[in-house]
Ligand binder design. Structure first.
Ligand code: ZN
Length: 501
């Protein structure tokens, strides 16, 4: 039995090495690669993805999993061995349903599509990328059809990001959230907006990076096992527990963009850096679901990084980086500025209150396109209409509309709900942390994050993929997914900011 487990681990380690090479190529594609490399890079990644897939669905892996059933039972659900075997079986049972030829084709299409989108977005040219987007949606449907019996074609896709979650459940949560959120949005947006001219001043990029990096270092991001580079769309890429990289982008006329994206990606990366090394080279490494992942990035970005205690301590320091830009700006004004709620076009720049409406819209479009209710070519207009009815602002072009997010253009469909699920779970987890350690708020006011970081490591990070999102929630909070703590957070924070109480 031990031999079979060793053999399985050896094979999983090899697969993780191939996966790491593919992911490093993907990182390079967005960070370093000269444009001339794009065409062949897509093929290189497709080849590696196919090799990895073929190796994984090898009959021998199935036989090993069969042999290891008694060990899995004997060691138990929470054990390292039990978790590795269970996760491998779950992934294997899915992977055998998908032909490696499809994996290669999808990977190649994704790279090509990404490459066209990179040029089409600044050129505001949806037509140019439309056929690629069509292919990505077609491939998603094709993938879903490898899992017949689904309730909704989005379900098998969602399952890859949020195990066990279904479109119907998301619809239910979203409609509940919408009911609570829309009145808050409306009462804020009906007020006379306060103007924060300092937010639009020029903040030198190198200072923005220096400040952001010094903060995430204090949060606990380990630069010895990570680095930050520039990319068109911020992301985190881990090839092992010892190498979890983040990226950001700098807009000198919008300093909050790089800063909060650094906090955000730093949160993702700390999660992956905090995984127990016993899971290195196995599918248990990483985060449990993309929703939980988002809960961890949003915690540092929003709940900590946009809070008054955090800025009480760090605002004087930020002023040292930008003495002229922030000269006459009080802490209170600054706090209101970085938390202002407004009608805005870009999801990643949106405030905490309207953010979820951006997500709900994308999720609805994915459902509609896969259901055949909406054609890909209709997306740009549908996008503008929905922005107008939901957020009260109509994009003038597609660049700030349907072309804004990287996801669909790099083949990621069925993902957007993770952001909102992340917001919801974030509040549930943070409430549990505060209950266990009420001193956390005061510590943040002193620039100390150890208690919180250690609690997260113990309760969430170290387990990687051992538990499902629901199991984690139950273990930590005693509850299932519930919007109550999140709405409580929004109503308290923004109630104070906008005198809604
Ligand atoms: Zn994120």
């Amino acid at each position: 039995m031990q031999e079979a487990y060793k053999e399985l681990k050896f094979r999983l380690a090899e697969l993780s090495h191939i996966g790491a090479a593919t992911s490093l190529m993907g990182w390079d594609q967005q960070v370093n690669m000269p444009p001339g490399g794009a065409e062949v890079r897509g093929k290189q990644m497709a080849t590696l993805a196919k090799i990895g897939h073929e190796k994984f669905i090898d009959k021998k892996v199935g036989e090993l999993l069969e042999q290891l059933k008694p060990m899995e039972e004997e060691k138990g659900y929470e054990s390292v061995e039990g978790s590795v075997i269970r996760l491998t079986r779950r992934n294997y049972n899915k992977a055998v349903k998908v032909p490696p030829e499809f994996t290669a084709r999808a990977q190649k299409a994704e790279s090509e599509s990404f490459d066209v989108w990179i040029k089409a977005r600044p050129a505001n040219d949806f037509k140019r990328v439309q056929p690629y987007l069509q292919t990505n949606f077609d491939l998603s449907k094709e993938y879903a059809d490898f899992f017949p019996g689904y309730e909704h074609p989005l379900d098998p896709l969602i399952d890859g990001y949020e195990y066990g979650m279904k479109a119907a459940k998301i619809r239910e949560i979203f409609s509940e959230l919408r009911k609570e959120l829309v009145p808050v949005v409306e009462s804020i947006l009906s007020q006379e907006p306060e103007y924060f001219s300092f937010m639009k001043k020029i903040f030198p990029g190198d200072q923005q990076i220096a400040f952001g990096e010094s903060i995430i270092k204090e949060f606990g991001y380990d630069f010895n096992r990570g680095r930050q580079d520039m990319a068109p769309h911020p992301f985190t890429q881990g090839t092992s527990i010892g190498d979890v990289r983040i990226t950001t982008r700098v807009h000198e006329d919008n300093f909050s963009s790089a800063m909060f994206s650094t906090f955000h990606e730093g949160g993702h990366a700390m999660y992956e850096q905090g995984c127990d090394t016993v899971f290195e080279g196995t599918p248990v490494r990483g985060g449990t679901s993309l929703g939980v992942h988002e809960s961890q990035s949003r915690l540092w970005e929003n709940v900590i990084g946009r809070s008054m205690p955090f800025w009480k301590h760090n605002y004087p320091r930020l002023k040292q980086h930008f003495p002229e830009q922030l000269a006459d700006i009080s802490l209170d004004k600054f706090y209101r500025g970085i938390n202002r709620v407004e009608r805005s076009l870009i999801r990643v720049e949106a405030d905490e209150v309207t953010y979820n409406l951006h997500v709900m819209m994308r999720f609805a479009f994915e459902c509609d396109v896969l259901d055949g209710k909406l054609a890909v070519e209709e997306l740009p207009e549908a996008w503008k209409d929905r922005m107008e009815s939901d957020i009260g602002i109509r994009p003038a072009d597609d660049k700030d509309g349907v072309l804004q997010d990287i996801h669909w253009y790099s083949g990621i469909i069925g993902y957007f709900q993770c952001y909102t699920l992340g917001n919801i779970m974030c509040s549930q987890f943070y409430d549990a942390a505060l209950k266990a350690h009420p001193e956390i708020t005061d510590e943040i006011g002193q620039g100390k994050y150890d208690t919180l970081h250690n609690w997260l490591k113990e309760k969430i990070y170290q387990h990687g993929h051992r538990y499902t999102a629901n199991e984690l929630l139950k273990n930590i909070t005693g509850d299932e997914l519930t919007i109550k703590p999140y709405m409580n957070y929004i109503k308290t924070k923004y109630g104070e900011l906008y005198d809604l109480l």
